[in-house]
Design a protein around this ligand. Structure first.
Ligand SMILES: [Zn+2]
Length: 251
């Protein structure tokens, strides 16, 4: 596909930091890593989604993810900052076990994501998945302070988009009251604007970030190089009394 960013990465038209590749797949570091070592594995043959991908490519991805996971495990030991592992969701039971043992045998944190193959459209659906994953993580001896609940942000334009975003807000808001001791919350802010024209993306992300901060969001995946986002982060911190507001820092 000519306009597919991943095909361009495969062809080398867009530079990437390759972690691993064979004839079927390419593993490379994400352009917006949530933590050091965040790696994407993609099939070299174009596929729009999970339904389109060929069986042999899917197998190759799973085999490669095992290799990459082993490499990440080794790398985590030398990583100086605490790692956040993204993510545990309510599918792929084999991966769950592996992921939980990786986190529980390290000081890493883990994102638990309100997703079960698809993302539930209701608040109750999201909370149910997070509660199930929380139980699973606690059983693997991972304390709540090392867990980040992710309500799964979808982009605003996609059919149920706005309903989803409202549910995500509510999810972040109520989860701290529901769970004791409290766990952290995190959201992939950039997801809200995917597919939209560049000119509206960053203002929308900045606004959505403030909106989610109002629900008590603890952490966010954002484009820190963007001025709008940095300004919004600064303001959120001032409103939360985490830093002193000074006029010069706003310009
Ligand atoms: Zn492609």
């Amino acid at each position: 596909m000519d306009d597919c960013i991943f095909c361009k990465i495969v062809k080398g038209e867009i530079p990437s930091f390759k972690v691993f590749e064979d004839d079927k797949i390419l593993a490379f570091e994400d352009i917006n890593p949530i933590s050091e070592g965040h790696t994407l594995i993609i099939p070299k043959r174009h596929a729009q989604n999970l339904y389109e991908i060929q069986g042999e490519d899917l197998i190759a991805i799973h085999l490669a993810s095992q290799k990459v996971a082993q490499a990440i495990k080794k790398a985590m030991k030398i990583c100086k900052r605490p790692t956040i592992i993204n993510y545990l969701s309510d599918n792929e039971p084999d991966d769950q076990e592996e992921l939980l043992s990786l986190v529980s045998n390290s000081d890493a944190s883990l994102v638990i994501r309100a997703s079960k193959g698809t993302i539930p459209t209701s608040l109750e659906g999201k909370l149910q998945i997070i509660e199930d994953l929380l139980e699973m993580a606690n059983e693997a001896d991972i304390p709540n302070e090392r867990l980040f609940a992710d309500p799964s942000i979808v982009h605003i334009g996609s059919g149920m988009g706005q309903r989803h975003l409202l549910n995500s807000y509510e999810c972040v808001k109520v989860i701290k009251d529901l769970v004791q001791p409290p766990l952290n919350t995190i959201a992939w802010i950039a997801n809200v604007s995917s597919g939209l024209p560049k000119t509206v993306r960053k203002p929308l992300e900045a606004t959505f970030l403030s909106y989610m901060a109002g629900a008590g969001l603890d952490a966010a995946m954002v484009d820190v190089l963007d001025k709008n986002i940095r300004r919004t982060l600064y303001l959120i911190k001032s409103f939360r009394d985490e830093i002193i507001f000074t006029k010069t820092e706003m310009t």
